[in-house]
Write a protein of this length. Structure first.
Length: 887
């Protein structure tokens, strides 16, 4: 009698195929060329040098011993521990270490506590030396404490256009009060004064001669760009006198030329009188906007502002008619470089404009205060804004990413609880101490090796000087360490254990005389993963990498691309291509199998009581790197054979594959034993891909045959049968019955169970079997399971159907609508960003063009040939003057 068991999944989820490249494990180094766990193995064979090795990762070391890699078993570039393990002498290992040395660390102090009375110390340490490897970091702490009576130099820059007349008068009256209030904050206080109007050019002023001399409605001074009125001093009476003596002037347009004044006040250090160790404060007082770079072209001034000092003996800015206004970028750079602080004291109508300007000055201590109409609140404004600036510390530095250096900051500021990523602390009063954790990282190497970094608070001339040396080279690469004309290198030089060929020789040991060919070119003839004259040895250990991300599963070492396994705890050696088979694993698999089956699927030989005694608990996971099944079918009558076989196949194969192994391509059901009528057949069944149809494996014995067709979407069971001694004339036959009985019976199942499908009632009544409902499943796009027993002798079939179908969830209309809306919004944002990028690129190109034109411009002063004087004099030729007066 012939019997058949068919289990079919008609609508199922597709199972991804490949899990061969899965990797797990903790990332211990920086990712280099896609390799996470073993960055040192990514060294390019085209640049197989010591310096290239140590630049890969801070854990990489180089073995410079001659002939260390002669057998090509080990790589020269590896971590120190593995190089020592592989026999590299300690003296030949190049592994530069990051070093930090503090060279100057004076204690924090206030004024008068050190030898020079004016030199308070607010920042420590003051100088250090760092040797750092590429791809490594060094951390150190910087402490800041606001000193008592720290020197303050305040330079008052005032707009003296006619609209500021009453403000000048009020400032003159309040000069003494300003000095008194500031000395309440610090006794070491000095005051200076300067004024600005605008460029004396049309259209900034009225071009009429009389208006140039007196542009105001009442007599006033000629306009000028900037004038330094008074050097910084402690004499407040002189400040009052100079402010009172300063003359009001005027201009034509609304914006003023204050940026010229700020740049000159910062550039002319000696003339203004700035002290080196003092907080430099500039108060910029105006009731109007400002001109900046480009505005000068309106008056034919195209030469860019050079940021240099141009003051004459009388304090006037001499280049006001020749150089354009400064740009905001230049203003920002000069404030930052001079470590100055700036307060914008402006009227209410200009507050927003100057707030935007202040926000455009990152890492600079600046603030904006609202000035009353007549400046009567100027003292309170300066005091309040000064306290606001002094109570906020911004740590800045001159590290440049293009130099391969990066600095980051962390601090707890004053709360003392949470260390967060910030370079700003606020609310600092006199005597408060804050600490910053500074991280210096060398990201990559550049041609330059030595750098001087300056780290310190913005607006203060106190810095930590860090002398940095980036360790991009090995000591063995120095000229005095190179072995010239080494015997091992056939006349070439030996550098760090590696031959450097010359004279037209190439090869690992310069043994080949191939003019015009390089060693790298010879290696190119091998595959990308191997080296050697015979391409016999991998340069990397990829071939030894197991699915869990470890070399040889951590149970062996990789030698020339192959795993050499270690001994296990019991003395027996691990085995397998990647040492994945432990000596005791085969017996454990059999021992643990019943517990796995009963806990996960409620099948197998164990009942609930016995299952509860299992020594472990199964933990289901969604993805597994690989899986080996061992299913055994016991000798039972046919009815139990169907039940047990179906249960074993469903539980062991379908559930685990479909649910827990979504990326499995090959799943092996090994040593499956099928017993029927006393005859046994041992089969090895492999789940494999077949893109077109399902195959059927036929197990033929002397008494009966069994058909097994287990399908999961496009996955099927195929296999071979090994004859046992007591089996008669057993053979294996692959039946090309595509698509098998599953497809043939599907319409009958659908019409009998749910009245759906292509068959009408008449056709459905002709079906050769009756469906036995077991579970209910919905139709149309739903997944349903059914099991049938097919008797070839009688051509009858019995079908079991699960009562419930697994239907896809309802269409998420809301999610789709929201997704479409989100997609449109995101697309719109992307288009806006693209547009913005294009406009920025266009603006940069135009700005570069503008700079080139400005630099190349050379103007000659000529009179317009079509210009005519405004007045014309005519003389009557017959006019006789006074000759006829007596007539």
């Amino acid at each position: 009698m012939f019997g058949a068991i068919v289990l079919s999944l008609l609508v199922g989820a597709t199972i991804p195929a490949d899990v061969s490249d899965w990797k797990t494990g903790e990332v211990t180094g920086e990712v280099v060329e896609g390799r996470k766990d073993f960055p040192c193995y990514s060294l390019s064979r085209d640049n197989y040098t010591c310096s290239a090795c140590i630049q890969l990762h801070d854990s990489c070391a180089w073995c410079g011993a001659p002939l260390f890699d002669a057998k090509k078993q080990y790589a020269r570039c590896d971590n120190r521990a593995r190089l020592l393990e592989h026999g590299c002498p300690e003296s030949h290992i190049e592994d530069p270490q990051t070093v930090l040395e503090v060279e100057r660390d004076e204690p924090l102090s206030d004024k008068g506590q050190v030898e020079n009375e004016d030199d308070a110390v607010q920042l420590k340490p003051q100088e250090m030396f760092v040797e750092i490897r590429p791809k490594s970091r060094v951390r150190f702490n910087v402490t800041y404490r606001q000193a008592v009576d720290y020197p303050v130099d305040l330079y008052y820059l005032m707009d003296l256009s006619y609209s500021m007349k009453d403000d000048k008068q009020k400032l003159s009256e309040l000069g003494d009060l300003l000095a008194v209030r500031m000395r309440n904050i610090t006794k070491n206080f000095r005051l200076g004064f300067g004024s600005f109007i605008d460029k004396k050019l049309m259209p900034f002023i009225d071009p009429r001669i009389e208006k140039q001399k007196s542009p105001c409605a009442e007599p006033c001074a000629e306009p000028y760009g900037f004038k330094h009125q008074m050097t910084l001093t402690t004499n407040t009476e002189k400040f009052k006198a100079e402010v009172d003596k300063a003359e009001i002037s005027g201009n034509l347009d609304a914006p003023e030329g204050g940026f010229d004044a700020v740049v000159q006040a910062l550039a002319c250090n000696s003339k203004i009188g700035w002290r080196e160790r003092a907080r430099k404060m500039i108060v910029f007082s105006t009731d109007a906007g400002f001109h900046f770079a480009g505005d000068g072209r309106l008056a034919g001034v195209v030469e860019p502002n050079d940021g240099e000092c141009h003051l004459d003996r009388d304090g006037y800015y001499t280049e006001t008619l020749k150089q354009d206004y400064p740009s905001i970028a230049l203003l920002h750079q000069m404030i930052k470089d001079r470590k100055a602080n700036i307060i914008f004291a402006v009227t209410k109508g200009n507050h927003d404009l100057y707030t935007q300007l202040s926000d455009s000055l990152p890492d600079v201590s600046s603030s904006v205060g609202i000035l009353e109409t007549d400046s009567r609140n100027i003292v309170d404004l300066i005091e309040g804004e000064y306290l606001k600036i002094s109570e906020k510390i911004i740590m800045v530095d001159n590290a440049n990413a293009s130099d391969g250096l990066k600095i980051t900051y962390r601090s707890m500021c004053l709360d003392g609880t949470t260390l967060r990523d910030t370079n700003v602390c606020e609310g600092i009063r006199v005597g408060d101490e804050v600490q910053f954790e500074v991280t210096l990282e060398a990201t990559h190497c550049v041609e330059k090796r030595d750098f001087v970094l300056r780290i310190g608070p913005s607006g203060l001339d106190e810095t930590l000087i860090v002398n940095v040396k980036v360790l991009c080279d090995c000591d063995c690469e120095q000229e005095d360490r190179i072995v010239e004309n080494a015997e091992e290198c056939h006349g070439g030089d030996m550098v760090c254990g590696v031959c450097r060929c010359k004279g037209g020789n190439v090869g690992r040991y310069c043994e080949c005389n191939r003019p015009g060919m390089s060693t790298a070119a010879l290696n190119e003839k091998c595959k990308r993963t191997v080296l050697g004259r015979a391409c016999e040895c991998p340069i990397s250990q990829d071939s030894c990498m197991s699915a869990n991300g470890k070399i040889c599963n951590g149970k062996g070492e990789c030698i020339c691309g192959r795993c050499r396994c270690f001994d296990g705890p019991d003395g027996n050696r691990y085995s397998g291509a990647k040492c994945e088979i432990c000596p005791t694993c085969p017996t454990k698999c059999i021992e643990y199998k019943p517990c796995v089956m009963c806990q996960q699927w409620g099948t197998g030989p164990y009942d609930e009581e016995r299952c509860a005694e299992c020594p472990f608990k199964v933990i289901p996971v969604e993805e597994l790197p690989g899986l080996l099944f061992s299913a055994k079918f016991s000798s039972t009558p046919r009815n139990k054979f169907l039940e047990n076989s179906a249960s074993a196949i469903i539980s062991t194969v379908l559930v685990m594959i479909a649910k827990f192994v979504p990326n499995m391509e090959n799943v092996i059901v090994d040593n499956a034993s099928v017993r029927q009528g006393g005859q046994a057949e041992h089969v090895n069944v492999q789940l494999a891909r077949t893109p077109v149809c399902r195959r059927m494996v036929r197990y033929v014995t002397a008494k009966e045959s069994a058909f097994v067709d287990v399908a999961v979407a496009s996955m099927v069971l195929t296999g071979t049968v090994t004859r046992v001694p007591n089996a008669r004339s057993a053979q294996t036959q692959h039946l090309k019955t595509c698509p098998t009985k599953c497809i043939e019976y599907k319409p009958c199942v659908m019409c009998q169970q749910w009245g759906t499908g292509p068959y009408d009632e008449e056709r459905c009544a002709e079906c050769p079997f009756k469906v036995i409902p077991v579970e209910e499943l919905p139709a149309d796009d739903c997944t349903f399971y059914y099991l049938y027993y097919y008797d070839e002798a009688t051509d009858n079939a019995t079908v079991w159907v699960r009562e419930h179908k697994d239907c896809p969830p309802p269409v998420p209309v809301l999610a789709i609508v929201l997704g479409v809306i989100a997609g449109i919004v995101i697309l719109g944002l992307i288009l806006l960003l693209v547009w913005k990028l294009l406009t920025v690129l266009h603006d940069r190109a135009e700005y570069a063009k503008f700079n080139n034109e400005r630099l190349m411009a050379k103007w000659d002063t000529n009179e317009n040939p079509i210009y005519k004087q405004a007045t014309t004099t005519f003389r009557n030729p017959v006019y006789a003057g006074n000759k006829n007066k007596g007539l």
